[in-house]
Design a protein around this ligand. Structure first.
Ligand code: GDG
Length: 480
């Protein structure tokens, strides 16, 4: 076993995602690159930054052609390889097919999904562009790990050109039931694209089941346990619940910067208990339903008036897509209705922010919050709830978590709610605010045990182990 492990470790790994893990900032004519601190970037950091390994993706800004060579050169030093996209490609491939077709449909919002042939054409051509960028570098012994729904066609494009290469694909959002997936005019092409991989990973077993049943019905592939047999190849389909860098959030919580912020903030922010919500602006995150539940809570439990505040952080996102603009306005309207109706001269029920916060401030907010409200209508995993758990270094705090988040499978010690059940949700807020400290500590320590054990490094190791295992099996089959 050791020798095969060493063999697998010697393989070069190429990571591929829509976005590279960098932020570009322009300073006059000069461009600066800063590695991003996102969860995926941290987890995969040890991989792409070592040896000959690489990360391939879009650098996140549309550049002038004459800038491309110098940007490429700078990125190369960071083990990054750019795929440059035009404004038009971003409009149709990213905002169009990725975010107006696949995103709503995979999150169970079929009425928000549009099916524009032009969007799909661009999706296909950009996927080819990514595949070409990979193929310009890849060799048959490499391990290629492709990420997320923007690149569903890439695995098979690579497979066609390099039949023996090892390919993993991970889906960061939910995979919907067959009844929804079948609505897509290009359903066969998309599945065919995914089936080029040797390992197809999802966050939960429900996603795995949906995918397998979709493949069986649309493609007629054979399945045995969690494996598919298709075109004489074995494809492993499995659940790999993503997580956070637990130690990073834990140490950030006790870091001097966070402690200072906490000390400065506590005397000046509203007194009483604090409820916290943090989401990207997105209809899948259930922000309006949560505001409805909060309003019902205010109606039914007047004893809490003036004794608690909801701190609502909404991070700007995709604001060129019409539904997101409308959602933003609806949130503003509801917040101002609630504050107008229930607020007093000395108290406002909701403090609403529409911007992103630096990490130490985010960490201080996690520490100040007696209750975290994470109530998506649908979420692949949701990392905010795991970050809250990791930040509660004092051991108390209550998490209210939607059953529709992948994270609810692991965090069964949260107060689990159905975000559509507004009355039960309102009652859960009351229960959370009234929970005895002993019960808070018991539940929190159980959740901390889970999240600290299954962290992002464990996630990467599990996926890579599965890929190596599949590579070995495919090699054995070929030499037999
Ligand atoms: C997709 C899937 C899946 C938020 N506000 C600020 C800030 N954040 C950070 C959070 C967290 C991240 O953004 C959000 O991650 P989520 O997992 O909650 O949601 P998505 O962005 O929708 O991610 C999701 C994930 O992929 C991974 O597979 O879990 O289901 O939808 O890390 O902390 N960070 C800072 N300031 C903010 O104001 N610094």
């Amino acid at each position: 076993a050791t020798s095969s492990k060493n063999e697998a470790e010697a393989k070069r790994i190429l990571i591929v995602s829509n976005r590279l893990p960098v932020k570009i900032t322009r300073k006059g004519d000069d461009m600066q690159f800063q590695s991003s601190e996102g969860g995926l970037a941290t987890g995969l950091g040890t991989i792409y930054q070592s040896g000959n390994n690489l990360w391939i993706g879009w650098p996140g800004a549309v550049l002038h052609q004459e800038e491309e060579a110098s940007v490429t050169e700078k990125l190369e030093k960071l083990n990054l390889r750019p795929v440059f996209l035009t404004d038009e490609e971003i409009t149709y491939y990213y905002e169009g097919f990725s975010n107006e077709t696949l995103w709503p449909l995979f999150h169970y919002f079929p009425t928000y999904a549009t099916y524009q042939p032009k969007d799909y054409d661009f999706y296909e051509s950009v996927n080819k562009k990514f595949a070409d960028a990979i193929l310009a570098i890849a060799q048959k012994d490499d391990i290629i790990w492709i990420h997320d729904y923007q690149l569903l066609l890439v695995p098979n494009l690579i497979r066609q050109a390099l039949p023996e290469v090892t390919i993993g694909y991970f889906n960061h959002i939910p995979f919907p039931s067959f009844e929804l997936f079948r609505l897509i005019p290009w359903r066969k092409e998309l599945l065919e694209g995914m089936l080029g991989a040797d390992v197809i990973g999802f966050h939960t077993y429900d996603d795995v089941r949906h995918f397998i049943s979709t493949v069986i019905r649309i493609k007629g592939a054979l399945s045995y346990a969690n494996e598919l047999t298709y075109n004489d190849r074995i494809i492993a389909v499995d659940a790999f619940p993503i997580s956070i860098d637990y130690k990073k959030y834990q140490s950030q919580a006790v870091d001097i910067a966070t402690r200072c912020l906490e000390r400065e903030l506590l005397p000046v922010i509203p007194q009483g208990k604090h409820l916290l919500s943090i989401d990207r602006l997105d209809y899948s995150k259930g922000i309006t339903q949560r505001l409805q539940a909060f309003e019902v809570f205010l109606e039914r439990y007047p004893e809490w008036h003036g004794k608690m505040t909801l701190m609502q952080l909404v991070v700007p996102s995709r604001d060129t897509v019409p539904q997101y603009k409308e959602l933003k306005e609806e949130i503003n309207r509801r917040v101002s209705d609630i504050n107008g109706k229930y607020g007093t001269l000395t108290w406002q029920p909701i403090q609403h922010f529409y911007r992103s916060f630096p990490l130490p401030l985010l960490s201080a907010m996690y520490k100040i919050a007696d209750v975290a409200l994470v109530s998506p209508m649908r979420d692949g995993m949701n990392l905010v709830c795991k970050e809250y758990v990791a930040s509660r270094t004092d051991g108390d705090g209550v998490l209210i978590l939607s059953e529709m988040a992948g994270a609810s499978r692991e965090l069964s010690d949260a107060i689990l709610i159905n975000p559509n059940d507004i009355w039960a949700f309102a009652q859960a807020i009351h229960e959370a605010l009234s929970m005895p400290e002993e019960e808070q500590r018991r539940r929190m320590s159980a959740m901390q045990a889970t999240v600290s054990r299954f962290d992002i490094h464990n996630w990467v190791a599990n996926f890579m182990a599965k890929l190596s295992q599949m590579k070995k099996r495919q090699d054995d089959m070929r030499t037999r």
